[in-house]
Ligand binder design. Structure first.
Ligand SMILES: NC(=O)c1ccc[n+]([C@@H]2O[C@H](COP(=O)([O-])OP(=O)(O)OC[C@H]3O[C@@H](n4cnc5c(N)ncnc54)[C@H](O)[C@@H]3O)[C@@H](O)[C@H]2O)c1
Length: 386
């Protein structure tokens, strides 16, 4: 059986998710490629050694360039904060490695354009980790749309609502710094909804947006992983937040559909409230990631006496069902979604086809994000140029 060696850069939240997917993918999908967790890079000896032990890597390094340049490494998996993606992805492409990079692909479209040029020149497989579109219920929505079950799409409403930073005492991690993150809720969570919109409806042509920074300063977090809102007693000195806490935007799609996106990390009571509702001429679809095994569907042709949404529980008859659990509603989690993402990446290698979503799509999402920022500054409709 063919085997490929993975080098992972970063040892935090996403390293855990990606390492689990690397180790579990063959148990679910049996793609015929063994993935070896070969080397992991972190910022210092203690963190690198600990990450290698916990996530099962043979070797570790404190210099990510060693990993990228190692001839034994076939796949570079980038799970570091956003400001590092460009340098790491370009170096990995230049070294001829296949690349998985966490989202957002870069801090802005100037960066993503350079990353895209590097992978196109190197002709390596490239996947940007907008994993939520891999949820079977989302893939099922795409299938219903492609089959014409809800007809021509009129409206897309997407939200990503969380509350982990609603508390002003939650720390100023890298996610609240423009020089590291690029943007706030927009890049962190809003980009997943832009990905849904592009995947399910089509390219966004124009946006009219608002953005707000509700909490202007936070207790400084020095070093370590982003604690995603978990407070530390040591944080007393405060630093300035220079990114958005929330964005709202109206959308005009190239195909004539309209819609809206809201993303906030300040919505008390909401955890991972990632939703879309899509209205077509012949029906509607609704999805909420907090109930990720379910797709709510309404087909107008069902008749006047049975009007109302019904719930489809995803299972074996549905996308990716062949590899997941044998009974609908046994339930999948974030790990299974990441496993599906890894399976699709391996299939792109095996079948020598483009990954979905690839860096080209990651770049387009960055162009939409840039337009959202520009529109909220100018308070005008702005073209995305995608
Ligand atoms: N797809 C998703 O659902 C999802 C969810 C969370 C995060 N993300 C993305 O994943 C990326 C990482 O986020 P995270 O939550 O894992 O962050 P994190 O803070 O938990 O981990 C980042 C790790 O990178 C390490 N790092 C920093 N500089 C490094 C360097 N030069 N060399 C090696 N390691 C370095 C840090 O020490 C830290 O351990 C971000 O781009 C984020 O937007 C995606």
């Amino acid at each position: 059986m063919k085997s490929l060696n993975v080098g992972m850069i970063g040892g935090g939240f996403m390293a855990k998710a990606h390492s689990l997917a690397i180790s579990g993918v063959n148990m679910f999908f049996d793609d015929g490629i063994v993935l070896n967790r070969k080397m992991i890079a972190e910022v210092n000896e203690e963190m690198a050694k600990d990450a290698a032990r916990r996530f099962g890597y043979e070797k570790y390094t404190t210099n990510w360039r060693t990993l990228v340049e190692d001839p034994d490494i076939d796949i570079v998996d980038i799970v570091t904060p956003n400001n590092l993606h460009m340098e790491m992805a370009i170096a990995a492409a230049n070294a001829g490695k296949h690349i998985i990079c966490e989202k957002p692909l870069g801090r802005n479209s100037n960066e993503t354009k350079k990353i895209l040029a590097a992978v196109e020149k190197a002709n390596v497989k490239n996947l940007v980790a907008f994993n939520y579109r891999k949820t079977p219920a989302v893939a099922l929505a795409k299938k219903f749309i492609d089959e014409g079950s809800i007809g021509k799409i009129l409206n897309f409403r997407g939200t990503y609502l969380q509350d982990w930073s609603a508390d002003p005492e939650s720390p100023l991690s890298w996610r609240f710094k423009k020089d590291v993150a690029g943007s706030g809720a927009l890049g962190d969570i809003g980009t997943h909804v832009i990905d849904f919109a592009h995947f399910l409806v089509g390219k966004i042509d124009e946006v009219m947006s608002m953005s707000k920074t509700w909490i202007k300063d936070r207790p400084i977090q020095t070093g370590g992983l982003d604690t995603l809102g978990n407070k530390s007693a040591e944080n007393t000195e405060r630093g300035v937040v220079d990114v958005d806490d929330e964005i709202s935007t109206l959308l005009r799609f190239k195909n004539g559909a309209v819609g809206s996106i809201e993303a906030t990390r300040n919505a008390w009571g909401r955890n991972n409230f990632l939703t879309f509702e899509i209205h077509g001429e012949k029906g509607s679809l609704y999805f909420n990631y907090e109930r990720r095994d379910e797709l709510q569907v309404f087909f107008a042709e069902d008749g006047d006496d049975r009007r109302g949404f019904k719930t489809v529980y995803t299972g074996t008859p549905h996308p990716y069902g062949e590899g997941l659990w044998p009974i609908p509603a046994i339930g999948i989690g974030y790990s299974e979604v990441k496993i599906i993402e890894m399976h699709d990446f391996l299939q792109a290698i095996i079948q020598d086809k483009e990954c979905e979503p690839n860096f080209n799509e990651g770049h387009k999402i960055a162009q939409v994000s840039d337009a959202i920022i520009e529109s909220s500054k100018k308070q005008k409709w702005v073209k995305t140029n995608v």
